[in-house]
Design a protein. Structure first.
Length: 282
């Protein structure tokens, strides 16, 4: 189970109306998949009740890009108000379409396009809709896409050699960032476009983030977020696992979801078909 929270007394026997992903600096992105205000508010309240230290009064960006239609202002406002009552703080909308921009103005909320881009698949266009799995606005009509397909294929064939040359000429990623001293409570460490290696402890309340993988050679007690820009191949390795939260490409688990037999152990964490896996290291 990844990014899906339920009441401790109830099993997940229904499709989640909202998919929650954890981004940088502790901001959560709530991608609305089903516009059911009651269910969305209930799910968020359950998340807060289950992990109040992580989600209580957490900043949340609301993303309507997965819907076929932009909500009307009254429905969107009801959701914003409900999320506040559930214990989180909606701070912005994720940028998607012109209609989303107008909705943000009506709600008095800002747009955060850069945050949204972190969760789009590589190669996805800004106009991709829910059918394409992207966060963006509604997709183009099928008839137009079909009519333009031969032309797009011809352009792609001509551009392929140039694209290949660009890929070969692309600069290598930065060397990994090595942190020799402890990352203490309240501190945040970010490895931009590279892996992160911590030779000491990541304390409770601390946060380590990397666009690549994360290696912790001491106890991991805070939060570790790998693949921050959407790299699903990133992994987390630690020698002693006590993490409050771990995430890869936005898919997360909190400590309450981790089997007790893995706590305090050396583990590796990876993403397998959008499901976060945790296993002991041999």
């Amino acid at each position: 189970m990844t990014g899906r929270m339920s009441s401790p007394s109830a099993s997940l026997d229904y499709e989640q109306a909202g998919e929650l992903k954890i981004g940088q600096v502790g901001i959560a992105n709530l991608r609305v998949r089903t516009l059911d205000v009651t269910q969305l508010v209930r799910e968020m309240r359950e998340r807060v009740e289950r992990a109040p230290k992580l989600f209580g009064r957490a900043a949340v960006i609301v993303d309507f890009g997965g819907l076929s239609r932009t909500p009307d202002p009254d429905t969107a406002q009801a959701l914003i108000d409900g999320l506040r009552q559930a214990g989180v703080l909606p701070v912005a909308l994720a940028y998607g379409t012109r209609e989303i921009e107008q909705l943000a103005e009506q709600l008095g909320l800002p747009l955060l396009a850069k945050f949204r881009a972190q969760y789009e698949p590589v190669g996805a266009s800004a106009g991709s809709g829910a059918a394409g799995g992207a966060v963006g606005g509604a997709s183009a009509p099928t008839s137009t896409a079909t009519a333009d397909a031969p032309a797009r294929q011809a352009v792609a064939a001509k551009a392929a050699p140039a694209q290949a040359a660009q890929i070969k000429a692309a600069p290598a990623s930065k060397p990994g960032l090595v942190q020799k001293t402890p990352v203490r409570s309240g501190q945040q460490l970010y490895a931009d476009n590279r892996d992160l290696t911590v030779l000491s402890t990541v304390g409770a309340g601390a946060e380590v983030i990397a666009d690549g993988s994360i290696h912790v050679y001491g106890p991991l007690r805070g939060r570790a977020l790998a693949g921050a820009q959407g790299n699903t191949d990133a992994r987390i390795f630690c020698r002693e696992f006590h993490a409050e939260l771990v995430a890869i490409a936005g898919h997360y688990k909190v400590i309450e979801e981790v089997p007790k037999e893995l706590r305090g152990k050396a583990v590796q964490i990876w993403l397998d078909q959008e499901e976060l896996k945790i296993a002991a290291l041999d």
